[in-house]
Design a protein around this ligand. Structure first.
Ligand code: C2E
Ligand code: MG
Ligand code: MG
Ligand code: MG
Length: 280
């Protein structure tokens, strides 16, 4: 009524503002996809083997240079990509870019995050197959990371997609392990090749309870033939602990933050130069 006699208003002004800001974020995201070369970029975070210390893989992490808001991390837009349905186009862009970048690092595995919506899509497996064959990248070089939520919704279709991907030679990793609903005993039920231990667990290995929990995760996963990567490793003591209990790989600020592709190439070059000097 405050808006004048002849206007109907089903929403409160707050709700109206929410709807409009949501619509703007969808519109911005659509524009970003149309202008992807300038607005979207993948950063890569190194993943290191705990035994020999070598970089064995990288995880692709999406960044958005928003024309008004500046650099945005996925926390600021993945949800709205999901809600708007744009996640499928966005996810395909990410995969294509990551696979293309991976060709310049023949010794590395490249891990790409996949959202639950993508995994449920009927076209997903074919899209992945096509992107790999277009780029000429061996499926063994690719790993797809998915959360427990995505896998719990493992209707027949998701399960089928998963086994088809793995049959192609693509590895599947359970991301953020421990943040979902399932208990430890579910580890053997997930049809994946790797468990990524969430950083909230890595954070507490300096407590008795935290250390015991991580040790239990590691031994159960190993007993089921799974590989393990710990995420969010920030301290030398955490690194040491993870190595001691038999975790296979680590990722985190202690080793490197996510960096542009060119920097990964420089890191690998540095390693070669170093190895060459040692052999002289
Ligand atoms: P994630 O897959 O679990 O990725 C790890 C996140 O932890 C990244 O945040 C990374 O920058 C951050 N991180 C790495 N090492 C450390 C550390 O030592 N300490 C701390 N505090 N954080 C660390 P980022 O890049 O902001 O990504 C957040 C999440 O967004 C990812 O979590 C992933 O779930 C999602 N995401 C990122 N890229 C994509 C994408 O291309 N597609 C989809 N669907 N999701 C994505
Ligand atoms: Mg991930
Ligand atoms: Mg994670
Ligand atoms: Mg995470």
């Amino acid at each position: 009524k405050t808006e004048g006699r002849s206007r109907y208003c089903f929403f409160t002004p707050d709700m109206d503002r929410d709807v409009r800001s949501r619509e703007k974020s969808y519109r911005d995201l659509r524009l970003a996809l149309a202008d992807c070369d300038r607005q979207l970029m993948l950063y890569y975070q190194p993943i290191h083997d705990l035994n020999d210390g070598r970089m064995v893989g990288v995880e692709a992490l999406l960044r958005w240079w928003h024309p008004e808001r500046g650099l945005m991390g996925p926390a600021g837009f993945i949800r709205s990509a999901e809600e708007s349905g744009l996640i499928e186009v966005l996810g395909e862009w990410v995969l294509r870019q990551a696979v293309r970048d991976a060709r310049q690092w023949p010794d590395l595995r490249v891990a790409v995050n996949v959202s639950p919506t993508q995994l449920r899509s009927r076209q997903f497996v074919d899209m992945v197959r096509q992107v790999l064959s277009e780029a000429g990248l061996a499926p063994q070089r690719l790993e797809l990371e998915m959360t427990e939520t995505a896998l719990m919704a493992a209707s027949g279709e998701v399960a089928r997609a998963l086994s088809e991907l793995r049959r192609m030679g693509i590895a599947c990793a359970l991301d953020d392990f421990g943040t979902g609903y399932s208990s430890l005993s579910h580890i053997r039920d997930f049809a994946v090749d790797r468990i990524k231990i969430d950083r909230s667990f890595v954070n507490v290995v300096d407590t008795d309870a935290g250390a015991a929990l991580v040790e239990a995760i590691v031994s159960l996963a190993r007993a089921n033939g799974l590989c393990l990567t710990a995420e969010g490793v920030e301290a030398q003591e955490q690194h040491e602990f993870l190595r001691r209990v038999g975790c296979h790989e680590v990722q985190g600020y202690l080793l490197s933050p996510p960096v542009p592709a060119s920097q990964i190439s420089r890191m690998l070059q540095g390693r070669e130069t170093h190895a060459h000097q040692q052999s002289l």
